[in-house]
Design a protein around this ligand. Structure first.
Ligand code: PEP
Ligand code: MN
Length: 362
């Protein structure tokens, strides 16, 4: 994994970066108890929310700067590094005063470029490590933009945290993992450390190990997990926090993946399978090209007849038919629906181009 990046940051990292701690600092005793248990379990980094951006006002909104003093004490006593979320310049100032080892920008804040810029301005002249959580919606440009604002302010120790995306459709998880977005971020910024926060993705303690393992399988560089000495009594996010013992046991059971293998048998077999996939992808693209040519021809006919581009009945038939066929081929309904929606969107775009060109409007 990307050990060197973190050694630069001065963190003790054993293969992966691990941060754990309560959603919110609630009392000095709670912070110290968590820190001691984590330090005994070999975790190097304590997280705790001090200012809590809650969805509804009136929920517990954090203990404020006195929590920083508790974290500082935990650091002195246990040797753990400490970090918290900042959402505005005043938070940054308080954290710099207490010499926090790392800061992160939460999902609600990274959604707003004005706030990110204000934080970046407040951090100018320092080089505190800052992790940027993905915005609430799956907007990769906004996520990258937040990272760029910090980089332009001269910060060099940057990383990203994937915490899932709010979605009205998602049932299993609190926030949809939508893995293609962090994978795309890694493609754009391959050197940027990428950390997963399975707690906010899952929303439930018993799912966390599944998402944490998935993140390892996708070559994430580390995890940030919510850990509380007594989760049911937590003042925020009670359902998703693990006890220190559960967390340490989960970490011990994680299987770490590597991108490359030296095994000749594996390499040989993979190379054969990759050739097959390459060939099938070529066929898929060629078929899609042919399908689009036909769609364009249909567009010309529709224009001549003066009928609409969108044909709702036909579209419903296509969806029903393709999902039924896909299911017989072991393809999930969600996947087939998304695939057909993408194809249909492009078909509509092409037909609209035909319409505009046909009308001589371009
Ligand atoms: C948190 O880490 O406690 C938090 C509020 O996270 P997010 O910004 O991902 O919701
Ligand atoms: Mn939380």
């Amino acid at each position: 994994m990307n050990e060197e990046k973190f050694i630069d940051w001065g963190f003790p990292v054993d293969q992966i970066f691990l941060a754990a701690g309560p959603c919110s600092a609630e009392s000095e005793e709670q912070v110290l108890e968590t820190a001691r248990a984590l330090a005994d379990g070999g975790v190097g980094f304590l997280r705790a929310g001090i200012w809590k951006p809650r969805t509804r006002p009136g929920s517990f909104e954090g203990v404020g700067r006195r929590g920083l003093a508790w974290m500082d004490r935990a650091r002195r006593e246990t040797g753990l590094k400490i970090g918290t979320e900042v959402a505005e310049p005043a938070h940054v100032e308080a954290c710099l005063e207490y010499g926090l080892d790392i800061l992160w920008i939460g999902a609600r804040t990274s959604t707003n470029p004005f706030s990110v810029q204000a934080i970046a301005d407040a951090l100018k002249g320092t080089d505190v490590p800052v992790l940027v959580k993905n915005p609430m919606t799956a907007d990769i440009g906004l996520w990258i933009g937040a990272i760029e604002r910090l980089a332009h302010a001269g910060l060099t120790k940057l990383g990203a945290i994937h915490r899932g995306f709010s979605s009205p459709l998602e049932m299993r998880y609190r926030n949809a993992p939508n893995w293609k977005v962090p994978i795309e971020l890694k493609r754009h910024l391959p050197e940027l450390p990428l950390i997963c926060d399975p707690s906010h993705i899952c929303g439930k303690a018993d799912l966390i190990h599944i998402v944490a393992q998935e993140a390892m399988d996708l070559l994430f560089d580390g995890l940030m997990v919510e850990v509380h000495p007594d989760p049911p009594s937590a003042l925020s996010d009670a359902a998703q926090q693990l006890t220190p013992v559960q967390f340490i046991s989960m970490v011990r059971h994680l299987e770490l993946s590597h991108e490359q293998s030296e095994s000749p048998v594996f390499l040989n077999r993979m190379s054969g399978l990759r050739d097959s996939v390459d060939e099938l992808d070529s066929q898929l693209l060629s078929l899609l090209g042919q399908r689009m040519d036909i769609v364009q021809e249909m567009g010309r006919l529709k224009t001549k007849q003066g009928i609409s581009t969108l044909q709702p009945h036909r579209w419903q038939e296509i969806i029903d038919d393709r999902i039924a066929k896909g299911t017989r081929l072991n393809l999930s309904e969600d996947f087939v629906l998304q695939l057909m929606q993408s194809i249909h969107e492009e078909a509509i775009r092409k037909q609209e181009v035909e319409r505009v060109e046909g009308a001589g409007l371009d």
